[in-house]
Design a protein around this ligand. Structure first.
Ligand code: RIB
Length: 307
């Protein structure tokens, strides 16, 4: 059920995630036996679309599915995401090889597959159905993100960018057209050249004065900034099982809460709690909670020094 205004279009990746449970993340030259492997639906696009839908937003996923993509489409539909703009192409879907260590930390190897076969025709055709009331949600796991930004901007959409995984080419994208950035500490450092969270946020604000900037810091919490406004949200205390998709859950819940009319402090709190709950479950999409679950779950916050 939609509780807010506007629709969300997520033009992003859909992956099969092969999740290997290991004692530790493998280092160079090392061979390690995995304790378990699971295949689940993931991809930053799919995870963020499902997080938005589970938080009650009206959400469409655009992009390209490979010949083996039927389960990804079904999973989106089962979670309430509209898939009418998802096109099928020849070849394999994207996939991710994910190592998860005994403390829940991960390392990911990506293969783009069909996610990198988006055409200009498909971008224009999809964007035609959206307007200035709607949000366009982007990450960096598909091709031609800069063209999607331009197309969304022409339609007056509110553009959200999670520049993940970070690549140098992102600096050449039309970033002044972005309304909301979601960056983690590493992406924030790479984008700004700064190390301290406060300096990252300040630098982002100077470069993009009209944009809202959300900097996530894992167990250290998250910072919000817009113009002169600054907020800090501590992380919630949980027993981490798998952090995969915790960041995607944060993004989806923040945006859905914003579309419901919540203020930035409430959006940050809801997003941080949803992300914490996601990290208590295994896998990407399957670990994302429902809005109601987030509302009723009681968790304590950490208070760590973010410096
Ligand atoms: O953000 C987590 C996601 O990153 C995983 O689901 C994986 O597919 C990679 O895209």
């Amino acid at each position: 059920m939609n509780k807010g205004n506007g629709k969300f279009l997520v033009m992003g990746s859909l992956n099969y995630d092969y999740i290997y449970a290991l004692d530790h993340i493998v280092s160079e030259g090392e061979t390690e036996a995995a304790e378990d492997v699971e295949t689940v639906c993931g991809g930053k696009g799919l995870n963020q679309a499902i997080a938005l839908a589970k938080a009650g937003a009206v959400v469409y996923q655009g992009g390209m599915l490979g010949e083996d993509g039927a389960m990804l489409r079904e999973t989106l539909q089962q979670n309430g995401v509209n898939t009418e703009f998802l096109k099928n192409v020849q070849g394999r879907n994207g996939h991710a090889f994910i190592q998860v260590d005994s403390t829940g930390k991960n390392a990911i190897v990506l293969l783009g597959g069909s996610n990198r076969k988006l055409t200009n025709e498909q971008i224009q055709e999809t964007l035609q159905s959206f307007s200035n009331e709607d949000y366009l949600v982007l990450q960096n796991e598909i091709n031609d993100v800069e063209k999607v930004i331009d197309a969304g901007y022409k339609r007056g959409m509110k553009i959200v960018l999670n520049p993940s995984p970070y690549e140098e080419k992102i600096r050449s994208w039309p970033l002044s057209k972005i309304n909301i950035f979601f960056v983690n500490e590493i992406e924030g450092r790479q984008l700004t050249g700064e190390k301290e969270p406060e300096r990252i946020v300040n630098r982002m604000n100077e470069a993009f004065p009209h944009a809202e900037v959300i900097l996530t810091l894992g167990t250290k919490g998250a910072c919000y900034s817009h113009g002169k406004a600054r907020l800090f949200q501590p992380a919630f205390r949980i027993k981490t099982v798998d952090t995969t998709a915790a960041g995607d859950t944060f993004t989806g819940f923040f945006l859905a809460a914003k579309a419901r009319g919540e203020n930035p402090a409430k959006c940050m709190e809801i997003a941080a709690k949803a992300a914490a709950i996601a990290a208590t479950g295994k896998g990407a999409a399957p670990s994302i909670p429902l809005w109601e679950e987030v509302q009723k779950t009681q968790l304590n916050v950490y208070y760590e020094d973010i410096k």
